[in-house]
Ligand binder design. Structure first.
Ligand SMILES: Nc1ncnc2c1ncn2[C@@H]1O[C@H](COP(=O)(O)OP(=O)(O)OP(=O)(O)O)[C@@H](O)[C@H]1O
Ligand SMILES: [Mg+2]
Length: 365
């Protein structure tokens, strides 16, 4: 008889060969139904391989349409193909100020500086110096650009980058990614006209396309025969209903697989899938979550879905739950930060007996 608790719990019927193939950040070797988007990106970046300036690009499309994974896939291929290119991936949820992005670029270009000890102008200068020394063409991906725009930092940062170009004639490429096809309108017109990115639009996947994507990923993640045939279609249909988001489809399959293993089932079934559907979170929330503080997460969890709540009631709930004394003022700062991140919507009511009330709701995507 096994005594060790881990040995006892070791799986009798594993369904996963390797579940990592279903992780959201995994970059697969094949991306079904993205051939034309890949071709367009390759075409825009190709000049780098000949030592020329690439075309800037803007990848626009709804959540889960494969923008991030396509950008990472193509840039990895480019790096493999040519020593002349190197890419930096910037997630603007993580780095949402001019200063933090400049510091990151300087580090990436081989001139390490610390974020704390330098001013933004020093960071810019360091980037400029670094550009003079490099022998490759950097391509910078700004994913979730909205976050830099919300913070009011995007135009200033792009000005800096354009200035670097003017001073040093340094070559570099920019890839912008956003859910909002209009986001560039919010940049200064001079920045916009210098960037002149070529737009590549990512359409949402239909159920059949989602099925193909799932099949491709499932083949590496699960043992053969470990997934009921209908389960893939059900996951695809569910994700199609939620707006054609491939991430939802893949996440459903991962969670259903874990549930099947927990129950020691031989196969991932339609029933497993249906059970996990309700636990799949709102997309905007999911993306932001790793970058939120505990207080911010708590506030979001206290706003009722599909309803507005007054700032005062939310503050009361928050004080009760957090068990700490946090001033109204700090609370309001948390709420504004969440509003800037595009997760909450705040609006004032018409003037009533007690003045205007601030009403807060979760932002629907
Ligand atoms: N064509 C595809 N083939 C295989 N996997 C895909 C494909 N398209 C998307 N995926 C997978 O679906 C998930 C979501 O894709 P991705 O993160 O690229 O979407 P996105 O367009 O960047 O969404 P968001 O705007 O929400 O950031 C990822 O796990 C990705 O690997
Ligand atoms: Mg993305």
């Amino acid at each position: 008889m096994p005594n060790n608790v881990f040995e006892k719990s070791s799986k009798l019927n594993p369904v996963f060969k390797d579940e990592r193939f279903l992780y959201p950040e995994f970059v697969p070797e094949r991306l079904p139904h993205r051939d034309s988007e890949i071709d367009a990106l390759v075409y825009a970046l190709k000049p780098v391989t000949e030592g020329k300036k690439p075309q800037n690009v803007f990848l626009a499309g709804k959540p889960g349409t494969g923008k991030t994974v396509t950008a990472k896939f193509v840039l990895k291929e480019l790096e493999e193909y040519s020593d002349r290119a190197k890419f930096l991936y910037v997630n603007c949820f993580r780095l949402n100020t001019r200063h933090s992005v400049l510091t990151e670029i300087s580090n990436f270009l081989g001139l390490p500086i610390s974020r704390r000890g330098t001013s933004s102008d020093e960071a810019l200068d360091s980037v400029l110096q670094a550009f003079k020394k490099i022998s490759f063409t950097p391509i910078i991906i700004f994913d979730e650009l909205d976050q830099l725009v919300f913070q009011g930092e995007a135009s200033a940062l792009f000005y800096d980058l354009l200035r670097i170009f003017e001073f040093s004639k340094a070559r570099f490429g920019i890839v912008i990614i956003s859910n909002n096809p209009e986001i560039l309108q919010q940049l200064d017109s001079r920045v916009r006209s210098s960037l002149m990115p070529e737009t590549i639009a990512f359409e949402t996947y239909n159920p059949q396309q989602l099925k193909d994507i799932l099949k491709e990923r499932a083949q590496f993640a699960f043992f053969p025969e470990a997934v009921e045939a209908d389960a893939i279609s059900v996951a695809a249909a569910h994700a199609a209903k939620l707006g054609g988001d491939a991430r939802v489809a893949i996440e459903c399959l991962l969670k259903a697989g874990r549930l099947a293993e927990k129950q020691n089932a031989k196969k991932v079934s339609v029933a497993h899938l249906k059970e996990v559907f309700s636990g799949i979170e709102n997309r905007a929330m999911q993306k932001a979550e790793p970058f939120l503080s505990e207080h911010e997460k708590l506030i979001l969890s206290l706003v009722p879905p599909n309803e507005k709540i007054s700032s005062g009631s939310l503050y009361k709930k928050f004080s009760l739950k957090s068990g700490q004394k946090i001033s109204q003022r700090r609370f309001r700062a948390f709420v504004s930060a969440l509003e800037k991140k595009g997760l909450l919507e705040c609006a004032f009511t018409e003037k009533g007996v007690r003045g205007r009330t601030r009403m807060i709701a979760l932002k629907a995507k």
